[in-house]
Each structure stands twice: as C-alpha cells, then as structure tokens.
Design a protein around this ligand. Sequence first.
Ligand code: PLP
Length: 242
Amino acid sequence: MIAAVLTIGGSDSCGGAGIQADLRVFDRFAIKGCSAITALTAQNPNEILRIEPSPAAQLEAEIRAVFSAYEIKAVKTGMLYDAERIKLVASLMQELHTDKPIIVDPVMLSSSGTRLLANEAVATLVGELLPLATLITPNIPEAEALQSGEGEVDACALARELKLPVLLKGGHLRSNTLLDVLCIDGEKVIFPHNRQLLSGDAMHGTGCRLASAIAASIALGQSLPQAVAEAVHWHQQDMVSR
Ligand code: PLP
C-alpha cells in the first residue's frame, strides 16, 4: 500500500487554507496527501460568505475510502465544524487509525472573524477527539477556549490539563519576537521567530500549513519533537518566501 497523510477539514474556495493548503504542504514534503471534507466554505482572505457542512455519511465514506486503499501514516484535523462531525471522526479514528499519530489543529475562528467550529462543540473536541490526539496546535485564543480556567495561557499547564503534547502558537502576541512553545512530557521547547508583516493571502492559512507540515514530517518517520522543530523551521522559511 502507498504511504499517505490524511487531512480531515474544510474546503477553502480561495485555496489558501483548509484542505487545499494542506494537500499542497504534503506535496512539498513529497508524501501523498488524501482528504476528507467536513464542510465547504465560500471565502476569500477577507471574508467567509457561506459554509455548507458535508453530509456526515459522505465524510465517513471519504475517510473509509482512503483507509481502504492507502497506508495512512498520520492524520491531521483542521476545521471540524460541529460536534456531530467530531464524534464521527473520533469513532472512525478508533476503528481505523488506532494508536497512530493524529495532529489536531483546533480551528475555531477564521482571521476574518467567522466561527469554523460551533461554540458548543469545543467540549466534544476535548472529550472525544483530544484523548486520541498526538499533538494539538492551538493559537492563543484557541488555547484560552480549551483551558478550563481563566487567565494567561501556558503551554505546559494546558498540556497537563489536556494530558497531551501542546504546540502553543504565538502569532497573536503583540511583541516583535513571537514564541511558539512546545510542551511534551513537562519539557518546554521554545521556538522564537521574528514577526513577519504578512496580510491577506500570505497570512491566510498559516496555521493549517504548520500543522500539515508536522503531520507530514511525522509520517516520514520523524519523532514528535523532531517533526515540530523541522515543521516550524520550514514554515518560517515558507512565510519569508511568500
Ligand atoms: N477556512 C478553512 C477551511 C480553514 O481550515 C481555516 C483555518 O484552519 C480557515 C478558513 C481560517 O484561515 P485563516 O484564519 O488563516 O484566515
């Protein structure tokens, strides 16, 4: 069977985020990419005009079709849309992808301000999918929504609470030096980088691309810390060239 990475997420009509972005990243890492679509979005980098969820039976059929023909080395999830689709994905992962890497990008809100995950589905994400995850890659607002307490988020406190490795992305910090913080087994690894003045198309989908690069590196045999380090580095170079 051919080795592949599967992305489960939303389709982005402008191609910059979601599964279109993910598949391009898998290509850049020279690994075959497969996709299963949770929702169709009509959007451009400035606004999301319409979202149509995929029928659950279609999402299930796409996931089953891919697993029956490819050796899925890693799964990346992005926009999951609602609790029904999260439950479906979690149960299919337990059936088809047992004990294999799952990178969860907990997409909640687009930069343009539209919700991509129903508010009430956050608890389902935490209760049903995160126990199966290898790594979660929240930005600061997503981490705030995931933590049970109030106040400033800390990657290791969140990792302890969720009982899984966390890559906390610092893109929402105000400083010129941004810190992405990885916490695995209580150990912190900090990846500092300069803020890049990106907007519009260049900015759109940056979170999707980073999580996909991690999934691709893991699928190619890297350990989790190596995969994160390589993906963060690749992503920084990729942003400079945009
Ligand atoms: N649309 C889809 C389908 C996505 O998966 C994402 C992010 O994961 C976005 C939009 C949001 O992209 P951004 O916030 O980078 O504009």
